[in-house]
Design a binder for this molecule. Structure first.
Ligand code: GLN
Length: 475
C-alpha cells in the first residue's frame, strides 16, 4: 500500500520529509521489477531517480509545480523526446520520438516524474491488451484474466500500485473499460479538451488522452494540468479551464439520467443488480434525482464506430511504409514489394483487419453505403445526447457489459471482442466526457465499473458527481 491517499497528501508529506521522493521512486521501480509478470511496462525509465532528486530539491526550496513528485506512467502511444515510441507494434520497434507530446510536456513542466511507458494493444486497437507485440498484460486481481484494453498496461500500473497515476488514450473506451476491469478510476475528457499533439493517431476524430488514478482528486488535478488550447492541435479548444479539484466538493443538486437502452439484453445480471442497488440506495438522497431517459440510436454505436474508426485508421496508418518511420524490410529490390513486406511483417493481425475494413468502407463503390451513412448516424447519436442533456445533468450506465474475461476467451471472435465497447463508444462518437468509477465486485471478486457521462466540456460536473456517488456509496 502507498503511504498517502492522493497527490495533495503526498506533496504535504514530501514537504515535511515524512516521505523521501527518491525512496518513493525507488520503491515503485522495485515493485515494477517484482511484478514483471504482469507485463504492464514496455519500458522503465531508471532516470526517474535523477528526476526525483531534482524535484525534491525544488520542493525544499519552494519552486515546485502542481504535480511535484507525482509518479506517472505513460501509454506507449504518446511521444517523449529521445524515448522509444512503439505503439506496442513491431513496425515501430526501433523508433525513438523526436519531440514530446504537449500533454506529457505539461506534466513535466509541473514537476511530475515519468517512470516508464506502458504496454497496450497495438496502435490502441483492442479491448483486452492481447494484441501487443510485447505480449499480453495480466490483470493483477486475477492473473488468468485480461486487464481490458487498449490501455491495459496503464490501468494495471495504477491498480497494482506501480506508479501514482498513468495516462491512457480513449478512442472507443480504452480508458474507461480497463479502469472498470481493474477497479480504478479512468477519465476520457471531452474531445478537444486535451491536445492530441504527440499522440500517435488511430482515429483522429475520436482519439482522446486521459488519466487513470486510484481516486477522483488526482484525476481532477491532472485534468487541469492536461487541459488547454494548443497551437499544434487545431482541434483543441480555446475554452476556460476550471480548477477541477476545487470544484469537486460543490454541493449542487444533480439530476441523473438512466438510459434504458444500456440495461437490456447482453448486460451481465450481476452487474445489472449491483448498479440497480446503488441507484436505489442513492435515490434516498434528496440531492440526487434519477430519471429514465432514452438514447435510441445507441444500438447503432458499435457498427458506426467500427466503420468510422477503421476508415480513419486506414488513412492514418498509411504512413508506416518502411520509408519514413520505423522498420523496413531490406530484402526487397522493388519499392512496392518493400512496402508490402514491411507492412505485412510489421503489423499484427488486428491492425491489418482494421486497415482492410477501413479501406473497404472508403472504397469508391461502398463509400456512400458505409462511410457517408455512418457519418449521418454519428450525427443522430450526438443529437440523442444533446436531447438527453436538456433533461438531465449527467447520464449513468454500466461501463462494460461484463467483468474482466479470461485470457484468450474472446481472441478468436473479434465481433464478441468488439461488443466490450457497447456502452463506451457512443461518448467518443458524440465527443462528450466520460468516467468509469469502481462500485463493487462480482461473485468472483472481479471489479465492476459504473460509467458517468456529461455534456461537452462539463468535466467539472462529471467529476463532482463521481465524487458524490463514491462518497455516498462508501459511507
Ligand atoms: N476497444 C476499442 C477498439 O478496439 C477501443 C479502442 C480505444 O479506445 N483505443 O477500437
Amino acid at each position: 500500500m502507498l503511504q498517502y491517499k492522493n497527490h495533495l497528501e503526498k506533496l504535504a508529506k514530501l514537504k515535511v520529509k515524512e516521505i523521501s521522493l527518491i525512496e518513493n521512486v525507488q520503491t515503485f521501480l522495485d515493485k515494477i521489477e517484482l511484478n514483471k509478470d504482469l507485463n504492464a511496462f514496455n519500458f522503465v525509465f531508471e532516470d526517474a531517480l535523477e528526476q526525483a532528486k531534482i524535484v525534491e530539491e525544488k520542493i525544499f526550496n519552494g519552486t515546485y509545480g502542481k504535480l511535484a513528485g507525482m509518479v506517472i506512467a505513460i501509454k506507449d502511444v504518446l511521444a517523449i523526446k529521445d524515448k522509444p515510441l512503439t505503439c506496442s507494434s513491431k513496425i515501430l520497434e526501433n523508433f525513438n520520438s523526436v519531440y514530446t507530446a504537449t500533454a506529457i510536456q505539461k506534466l513535466i513542466d509541473e514537476d511530475a516524474i515519468i517512470i516508464g511507458k506502458t504496454n497496450c494493444d497495438e496502435f490502441a486497437m483492442g479491448s483486452s491488451n492481447e494484441n501487443s507485440a510485447f505480449g499480453k498484460v495480466l490483470n493483477p486481481i486475477d492473473k488468468t484474466r485480461v486487464p481490458g484494453g487498449s490501455s491495459g498496461g496503464s490501468a494495471v500500473a495504477v491498480a497494482a500500485n506501480l506508479c501514482d497515476v498513468s495516462l491512457g488514450t480513449d478512442t472507443g473506451g480504452s480508458i474507461r473499460q480497463p479502469a472498470s476491469f481493474c477497479g480504478i478510476f479512468g477519465l476520457k475528457p471531452t474531445y478537444g479538451r486535451v491536445s492530441r499533439y504527440g499522440l500517435t493517431a488511430f482515429a483522429s476524430s475520436f482519439d482522446t488522452i486521459g488519466p487513470f488514478a486510484n481516486n477522483v482528486e488526482d484525476i481532477a488535478l491532472i485534468l487541469s494540468v492536461l487541459s488547454g488550447k494548443d497551437e499544434f492541435d487545431s482541434t483543441s479548444k480555446e475554452i476556460d479551464i476550471p480548477n477541477f479539484l476545487e470544484l469537486l466538493n460543490e454541493k449542487n443538486k444533480i439530476k441523473i439520467g438512466i438510459p434504458q437502452e444500456f440495461f437490456g439484453e447482453g448486460l451481465n445480471e450481476e452487474i445489472k443488480n449491483i448498479i440497480q442497488k446503488k441507484i436505489d440506495f442513492l435515490s434516498q438522497n434528496e440531492k440526487i434525482e434519477f430519471v429514465d431517459i432514452h438514447l435510441p440510436h445507441n444500438q447503432y454505436s458499435i457498427a458506426t464506430y467500427y466503420i468510422l474508426t477503421t476508415a480513419e485508421a486506414s488513412a492514418n496508418l498509411q504512413r508506416y511504409d518502411g520509408v519514413r518511420y520505423g522498420v523496413r524490410d531490406k530484402n526487397q529490390n522493388e519499392l512496392d514489394e518493400m512496402y508490402t513486406q514491411t507492412r505485412s511483417n510489421g503489423f499484427g493481425k488486428e491492425v491489418k483487419r482494421r486497415i482492410m475494413l477501413g479501406t473497404y468502407v472508403l472504397s469508391s463503390g461502398y463509400y456512400d453505403a458505409y462511410y457517408t451513412k455512418a457519418q449521418k448516424v454519428r450525427r443522430l447519436i450526438q443529437e440523442d445526447f444533446q436531447n438527453a442533456f436538456k433533461k438531465v445533468d449527467v447520464i449513468l450506465t454500466p461501463t462494460s457489459p461484463f467483468t474482466a474475461f479470461k485470457i484468450g476467451e474472446k481472441l478468436s471472435n473479434p465481433l464478441e471482442m468488439y461488443l466490450s465497447d457497447i456502452y463506451t463508444t457512443s461518448a467518443n462518437l458524440a465527443g462528450i466526457p466520460g468516467i468509469s468509477i469502481p462500485v463493487g465486485n462480482d461473485s468472483n471478486g472481479l471489479p465492476i465499473g459504473l460509467q458517468l457521462l456529461a455534456n461537452q466540456f462539463n468535466e467539472a460536473l462529471l467529476l463532482q458527481t463521481a465524487k458524490k456517488l463514491i462518497h455516498k456509496i462508501n459511507e
